[in-house]
Design a protein around this ligand. Structure first.
Ligand code: DGY
Length: 326
């Protein structure tokens, strides 16, 4: 009998085909509505493999009810939506999609950085709303990117890809990370600094670290106060790393200049969220890796991890490697 799989969202057909060749596949294929949690829970009870999204919360209770679940393949590099400890305790493999999204995510990070620095969405609305009356010397002036100082918090593979772009813009590159990255220092001229120094010296503070207990609320009132008044905060990691109400206060009180946010504590961000009222906040709907090619590749990688696990192999992108020694 073929193993059974539940896919929680419509994914590229090529990945569905890969899975159908070896498995019984069921897919929640309503593009705009996530699978209701009750349905997800029911499916998790019986399937062998769960192919899920970062927007699906896979918690301990759900896993405890799972009778056959061997693998959870997450279509993302981040996996904070899954209770990894609970998965390991149940012997369930968890996989992610690292590597293949580095460049697309770095492109988006840089786009957001530049859009925020040069007020692109605000300027575009200005034209469309008929407010453009004449050329004016100080009209919609922004911050320089070329030659500025960028502070990257989380110098992993995406951080390095952002740093390579920053190098092309002749930026001074500072970084803060759990461990030193000597290769990045040599190749990219990046300088390791403490978090305090990074916040105090950077024109752009870019969050790219994984979301963990340690990085939860990493940027709150105290950290925002350490930043320059002309600085810009860019978050493309996870919303929970920034205290949004402190960020709102800092922006209103002009403690920092602007923010570019691809991620929020609650997604989708509620329409009445105070941050959405500020013109100096550029917002995106969590599209870091959303290029056509990258999303297709990610879906294939997630399918391949799933198949490896179901075929008794160690998946290439196993997250909870500790289960191998159990
Ligand atoms: C990830 O993969 O974790 C990103 O947030 C999605 O692009």
């Amino acid at each position: 009998m073929k193993p059974s799989i539940f896919i929680t969202r419509k994914i590229p057909e090529i990945a569905v085909q890969m899975l159908r060749e070896q498995c019984e596949v069921e897919m929640w294929d309503k593009e705009d509505i996530p699978v209701p949690v009750e349905i997800l829970r029911e499916k998790v009870k019986t399937v062998d493999g769960l192919y899920c999204m970062l927007s699906d919360s896979i918690n301990k209770e759900m896993m405890e009810e799972a009778q056959n679940l061997k693998v959870i393949s997450n279509l993302a590099v981040g996996y904070n939506n899954i209770d990894i400890q609970a998965a390991s305790e149940k012997g369930i493999m968890v996989t992610n999609t690292p590597g293949v999204l580095n460049e697309a995510t770095a492109d988006l990070t840089f786009s957001l950085l530049m859009a925020t620095a040069r007020r692109i969405p605000e300027a575009s609305d200005f034209v469309r709303n008929g407010e453009w009356k004449s050329w004016s010397p100080m009209l919609l002036t922004g911050q320089d990117v070329f030659g500025a100082t960028i502070g990257i918090i989380g110098m992993g593979r995406i951080g390095e890809a952002v740093a390579r772009r920053a190098k092309g813009f002749n930026m001074n590159i500072l970084y803060h990370n759990r461990s030193r990255k000597e290769q990045a220092e040599k190749e990219l001229g990046a300088t390791y600094v403490s978090l305090e120094e990074l916040l105090a010296k950077s024109d752009f503070v870019v969050l790219l670290a994984p979301f963990t207990e340690e990085t939860k609320n990493l940027i709150a009132k105290k950290e925002l106060e350490q930043m320059k008044e002309t600085s810009i905060l860019i978050n493309v990691a996870r919303g929970g790393m920034v205290n949004e109400s402190d960020l709102y206060d800092a922006l209103v009180q002009k403690k920092i200049w602007a923010a570019g946010l691809d991620v929020f504590e609650q997604e989708p961000v509620p329409l009445d969220h105070p941050l959405l009222t500020l013109p100096n906040v550029v917002v995106l709907p969590h599209i870091g890796s959303a290029s056509i090619k990258t999303r297709i590749t990610m879906s294939e990688v997630a399918a391949s991890n799933m198949l490896q696990a179901l075929n008794g192999q160690v998946p290439s992108d196993l997250v909870n490697t500790n289960i191998l020694t159990r």
